[in-house]
Design a protein around this ligand. Structure first.
Ligand SMILES: Nc1ncnc2c1ncn2[C@@H]1O[C@H](COP(=O)(O)OP(=O)(O)OP(=O)(O)O)[C@@H](O)[C@H]1O
Ligand SMILES: [Mg+2]
Length: 157
């Protein structure tokens, strides 16, 4: 169908925090031109770990990206601005909007959002990621919004 929007979904397996960061770096390379990435997954699933990798695609040192308890929006000056947003401590969409989160998502901004399910669908992401626990240290990382062909041809990460 002409103009039909297709959704590309792929699931990758990570065996270690290092592998999750490497996947994150690859995702980060798709964010450079300004894409938003929403990440869902339980406590300790590896959302921040993946975002450290994404930031590295912008030249941001992995140690600089942390999960400081009261930081909701962290803006990093990489090759272009990179926003790390953590909605964990916010309760509803009003609070999220008041915190200024809406200004950092969309309009060609590169933003990675933890606990994006709290947005209740009021904003949409260019790329959606779900991280699920597997056995031992494995994680299943489902990525929606990146064409598998583009993923395979983008080996620079
Ligand atoms: N394959 C894996 N990928 C990512 N993290 C892993 C993996 N295996 C083990 N881990 C561990 O799981 C933890 C993930 O922590 P991280 O802070 O990234 O999770 P999070 O989803 O951001 O948590 P929170 O919900 O508290 O924000 C780390 O301690 C990491 O070492
Ligand atoms: Mg986190």
């Amino acid at each position: 169908m002409p103009g039909a929007k297709t959704t590309h979904t792929m699931t990758l397996m990570s065996n270690s925090p290092h592998e999750t960061q490497a996947i994150g770096r690859r995702i980060g390379s798709f964010m450079i031109e300004g894409r938003s990435v929403f990440i869902s997954g339980e406590l300790g699933a590896g959302k921040t770990t993946l975002i450290k990798g994404a930031g590295s695609a912008f030249g941001i040192p992995e140690r600089d990206i942390t999960s400081a308890t009261y930081t909701i929006i962290a803006e990093y000056m990489g090759s272009v601005p990179f926003y790390h947003i953590d909605l964990y401590r916010l309760d509803n969409v009003n609070e999220i909007e008041e915190a200024g989160v809406f200004d950092c998502i969309g309009q060609g901004k590169a933003a990675a959002v933890e606990w994006a399910e709290k947005l209740d669908g009021s904003l949409s992401a260019d790329i959606s990621i779900a991280i699920a626990y597997g056995e031992n240290d494995t994680r299943l990382i489902t990525i929606e919004g990146i064409d598998e062909k583009d993923w395979d041809s983008n080996q620079t990460g």
